[in-house]
Design a protein around this ligand. Sequence first.
Ligand code: G4P
Length: 531
Amino acid sequence: MGNYTEEINRRRTFAIISHPDAGKTTLTEKFLLYGGAINLAGSVKGKATARHAVSDWMEIEKERGISVTSSVLQFEYDGYCINILDTPGHQDFSEDTYRTLMAADSAVMVIDAGKGVEAQTRKLFKVCVMRNIPIFTFINKMDRDANDTFELLDDIEKELGIATCPVNWPIGSGKGFKGVYDREKKCVIAYSNTEKGTREGTATEIPVNDEDSLRELIGAEAADRLLEEIELLDGASAEFNLEMVRAGKLTPVCFGSALTNFGVEIFLKHFLNMTTAPLPRRADIGIIEPAENDFSAFVFKIQANMNKAHRDRVAFMRICSGKFDADMEVRHVQGGRVMRLSQPQQIMADERKLLNEAYAGDIIGVFDPGIFSIGDTLCMPKEKFMYEGIPTFAPEHFARVRQVDTMKRKQFVKGIEQIAQEGAIQIFQEFNTGLEEIIVGVVGVLQFDVLKYRLENEYNVEIRLEKLPYEHIRWIENKEEVDIEKLNGTSDMKKVKDMKGNPLLLFVNSWSIGMTLDRNKGLVLAEFGRN
Ligand code: G4P
């Protein structure tokens, strides 16, 4: 085993989570500017692409030969090698969005200062909490009218159940935005708009106890208010505690404006300082340390049709330990074979770059001839262990699928099973019947269109989808102890099973879940499925 500690320790791999429009793309663009990443225009997924209506989306896929799903951006900054995992939002919100978080070591949460915590942030946040990864908050758009600062923090604490620790404190917002107070340096940094610059402007900085200069800089009224707020804040907010941050129990909060490039570099610096190098991961043989073990990785995403011309499928894997060399042999544990990975590449949005080496923390995409599944482990030939599986996330939209031409049964089953194996959809059956009645569950509704489109185009099967009213799915954790036949639920509840035969319950609303739990003492329901 070589010594790759230095390379591994300088890696930082994180995902950005936010509700659409909070400013994730803008913030990512600014990060890339600091890193001097090449070809900026092509690197960040065009916002226009993400916003296209469903029908256009198919066109885009056809034209560009790619799918509008998450990608990875790598850049260097201040000695760090940074991997940003993009979590697709908008209509392309899917299970992949959740899975991407399984590959990250920390998350940056972007919140719109005028809106506070929004639905999608809440969902993604749950996954971060499940993994106990550190979360860093950037409250964006301070150059627009914002909610009250204390209320914004309260919102995060109450809605998400995580303590907050402001790193800086905003002075006004919108037209009255004067800058931020840096709590560590105890100075005020005046607001400057450097939207077009590649670096933050050399902002005016004055110590907060120099009251005359402070009044001159931000005005008497703002100065008085700031001093009052600082006093309140120092008394009320959680103490900074790095251990709590790393355990995902306390989130450092920065205020700024991604668009005008204010507060972004400071945030990035703080973030890099506080977050961790690639974390150890749990496997069936114990904990695997990134720098102390040979190469290992797990598949967290499979994407079909990355390139229409080649009908290919790419498996994305997160390297968890050691170093990867393009020509090395690896063991695909679940597949039970030793092999060379084909065309290892780094995927930068719609660009691909063949790579020769990569380290723990990095994400690589490899050509997949249809052998990989989500959660599979790859390691050195002499070893044989498996990383913990990736949970199955709860779909929120359900539809019954019917074939138009019943003669094409075989293609239909093959197609739908393959698409499910890639993890784009989940398939269920009525509890007491066979495969003739298939129910499809998806995390984002766009996946329904993708399914229809792909079955038609790749498998030559036409289907009809009949939307079902269910919004919640629950796995039965203690299925051995429960007699599913006798389970006494609400009238609108539906019993189904997944492809492995596991029983599940579908509910129209959360009230029915509570009612069912009340009526069946001892029943344990789970929001995530364990593989
Ligand atoms: P997303 O990836 O989270 O969906 O958000 P994105 O960065 O695309 O930002 C959404 C909109 O908010 C964009 O405006 C963007 O310019 C704007 N925005 C982002 N950060 C800030 C900020 O700090 N201040 C202000 N005032 N606006 C911000 P748009 O008009 O919807 O898009 P565009 O067509 O102008 O690019």
